[in-house]
Design a protein. Structure first.
Lengths: 181, 328
C-alpha cells in the first residue's frame, strides 16, 4: 500500500463504483451468504437427524435447497439494503447504494432493487454490462430502481492510518538502529 | 540737513563747526573776537578778585581772632551780628536766586545742545571702534548667570506658543534618521528592556481573539503531523490494526483497478473521461466543494510557503506531496 494509492482512493470518494469493486463485493456477499446458508442447513440437518426419528438428506432435494438459498439471499440482501443501504460485501469494499441523484437509499427503492436484482442473471449477464460500459456504471436493476453504487469508504482516514503506520515504523527503526552493533 | 550744519530742533539755531584759525573779517567774526577779549578780561579779573578775596579772608580771620582776645569783644560781636544780619539775609536770597537762574540756564543749554550732539555723533563708527570681544571677555559670564533666576525666566516663557511656532515637519526633515539609528546601541537598549514586564502588559487574549484559528489549522500539514510526530504513533496504535491496513490496501487497489478498467472501456468506446459524470449530482457537488476548498487551502499554503522558499526549491516540490491537494 502506498500513500499515493490511498490518496488516489480518496479522490474517488462519492464517485460511481467500478465493475471490479462491485464484483468483489458481490463475491464476498455470495461467499458470506452461502457459507451461512450451508452452515445453517448443516445445523438443521444435524438437529433433525439427532433429535427426531426422521432422517433428512438435502442431496435428494436440491431444488428445495436452491429455492431456500434464493429466499435466504433475498432476506440477506433485502435486509442489508433496506437497513444499511449496503450489503456486508459492499461494506467490506467500501461501497454504498444511493439514489441516482446521490440521495440516501430509501426502503421503497431498496425493495424495488431487490425485486429487479435477478434480472441481471435472467438476462444471461447482459443486465450487468451496464456496470462495465455504462456512463454511470449502473446495472439493469439500478436503472429500474433508480439507484447507483458509489465509493463510500473513508479514504482520508485510511491515508492518515497509512501515514501514521509508516511514521511509527520509521521511528522504531531509527530507535533500534543505534542499539544494533 | 547737511552734516556741516546740523539743525538745532529746540532753538532753531544752527551749530557751525569752526576752527579758531578760520575767523574771517566778517562782522560775525569780529563780534566773536570781542566776546573772547571780554571773557578773557573777566576771567583775569575774577582770578585777581579771588586772590584778593583769599588774602582778605585770611587777614579778616586774623583780625577777628585778635579782636576776640580784647575785653568786651563779645558784646561788640553781638552788636556787629545784629547790624550785619539784614545784609546776610539779602545775600542769601541773592545766592538762592542766582543758583535757580543758573540751574534754569544750564537746563536750557543742555536741552539745546544734547540733541545736536547726539545727532552729530557717528554712532556706527563709534560702535565699530568698540572691541566687542574685549567687552565680552571682561564680562564674568558665571557671575552673570548666577544672578539670573532661571525659574523666573522659564515661568515667563509661554511653552505652548513656543511649541506652536516650531515647524515639526521641517525639524524632522532635517534629522538624518539613518545616522540617528546607527548611533543607537540596540543591544544595550534591549538589555535595558524588562521583557517580562513588557509581556505582562500584553493582552494575549485580545491577540488570540484576532487570530483566525480556522485559517491557521488549514495551514497545518496534517499529513506531516501524523507521519512525523508521536501523535502518529498514537493514531497507528489505536486505529491501524492488521485488518484495517489490509482492508485499506484492498480497497485502494480495487479502486485503482476500477479506474484502469473504466479508462480502457472509455478508450475503446472513444469517450472522453472528462465528459463522464464522476458520481451522482448531489455527491459530485459535495465532492467538488470539498475539492475546491482543498484546492484553495493548498493554494493558500503554497502562497504562504512560497514567500519563504527560493524559486528553484519551489519547482522541486512534487505535486503529490502537497498537503490537502487532490491528485488529478
Amino acid at each position: 500500500m502506498t500513500g499515493a494509492g490511498t490518496r488516489y482512493g480518496a479522490a474517488h470518494q462519492g464517485h460511481y463504483a467500478g465493475a471490479l469493486s462491485r464484483l468483489l463485493a458481490y463475491g464476498a456477499d455470495l461467499l458470506c451468504l452461502s457459507t451461512a446458508y450451508v452452515v445453517a442447513l448443516a445445523l438443521v440437518q444435524f438437529a433433525i437427524n439427532t433429535a427426531t426419528p426422521w432422517q433428512v438428506e438435502f442431496k435428494n432435494g436440491y431444488q428445495l435447497v436452491l429455492v431456500g438459498e434464493f429466499l435466504w439471499a433475498a432476506v440477506y440482501f433485502g435486509s442489508a439494503w433496506v437497513g444499511f443501504g449496503r450489503s456486508p460485501g459492499m461494506s467490506l469494499l467500501g461501497l454504498r447504494i444511493v439514489r441516482s441523484d446521490g440521495a440516501t437509499l430509501d426502503r421503497r427503492h431498496a425493495l424495488i432493487r431487490l425485486v429487479a436484482f435477478p434480472l441481471g442473471f435472467l438476462t444471461l449477464g447482459a443486465g450487468f454490462l451496464g456496470i462495465i460500459f455504462g456512463r454511470t456504471h449502473r446495472a439493469i436493476y439500478d436503472r429500474i430502481a433508480d439507484t447507483a453504487v458509489v465509493y463510500d469508504w473513508d479514504a482520508e482516514a485510511a491515508k492518515l492510518r497509512d501515514l501514521a503506520s509508516r511514521g511509527a515504523r520509521r521511528r522504531e527503526a531509527s530507535v533500534q538502529a543505534p542499539a544494533e552493533p | 540737513m547737511s552734516p556741516e550744519t546740523p539743525h538745532l530742533p529746540s532753538t532753531g539755531a544752527e551749530l557751525v563747526r569752526q576752527s579758531p584759525d578760520r575767523a574771517g573779517p566778517s562782522a560775525h567774526g569780529g563780534l566773536l573776537r570781542g566776546t573772547d577779549v571780554a571773557v578773557g578780561a573777566a576771567a583775569r579779573a575774577a582770578r585777581l578778585a579771588l586772590r584778593m578775596g583769599e588774602t582778605g579772608w585770611g587777614a579778616g580771620v586774623a583780625v577777628a581772632r585778635a579782636a576776640a582776645a580784647v575785653p568786651g569783644a563779645s558784646s561788640a560781636g553781638r552788636l556787629l551780628g545784629a547790624v550785619t544780619r539784614p545784609l546776610a539775609e539779602e545775600g542769601r536770597q541773592a545766592r538762592t536766586r542766582t543758583g535757580s537762574a543758573a540751574e534754569t540756564a544750564s537746563g536750557r543749554l543742555l536741552e539745546a545742545l544734547v540733541p545736536a550732539v547726539v545727532e552729530a555723533l557717528d554712532v556706527d563708527g563709534l560702535v565699530r571702534r568698540i572691541d566687542i570681544d574685549d567687552v565680552v571677555r571682561r564680562i564674568d559670564i558665571d557671575q552673570l548667570v548666577r544672578r539670573i533666576v532661571i525659574d523666573d525666566v522659564v515661568s515667563r516663557i509661554e511653552i505652548d506658543d513656543l511649541v506652536q511656532r516650531i515647524d515639526i515637519d521641517q525639524l524632522v526633515r532635517r534629522i538624518v534618521i539613518d545616522d540617528l539609528v546607527r548611533r543607537i546601541e540596540i543591544d544595550d537598549l534591549v538589555q535595558r528592556i524588562d521583557i517580562d514586564a513588557l509581556v505582562g502588559r500584553v493582552d494575549v487574549g485580545a491577540i488570540v481573539d484576532r487570530v483566525d484559528v480556522n485559517e491557521v489549522v488549514q495551514r497545518v500539514d496534517i499529513d506531516s503531523v501524523v507521519e512525523e510526530t508521536e501523535l502518529g504513533t498514537i493514531v497507528a496504535r489505536s486505529t491501524s490494526g492488521f485488518a484495517s491496513q489490509a482492508l485499506d490496501a484492498a480497497r485502494t487497489q480495487t479502486a485503482g483497478a476500477d479506474t484502469l478498467v473504466s479508462r480502457m472501456v472509455n478508450r475503446a468506446l472513444r469517450r472522453k473521461e472528462g465528459d463522464l459524470p464522476a458520481g451522482p449530482p448531489l455527491l459530485a457537488r459535495e465532492q467538488a466543494a470539498e475539492t475546491h476548498e482543498a484546492a484553495e487551502t493548498h493554494e493558500a499554503a503554497e502562497t504562504h510557503e512560497a514567500a519563504d522558499r527560493e524559486p528553484a526549491a519551489e519547482t522541486q516540490v512534487p505535486a503529490e506531496d502537497h498537503p490537502g491537494g487532490t491528485p488529478r
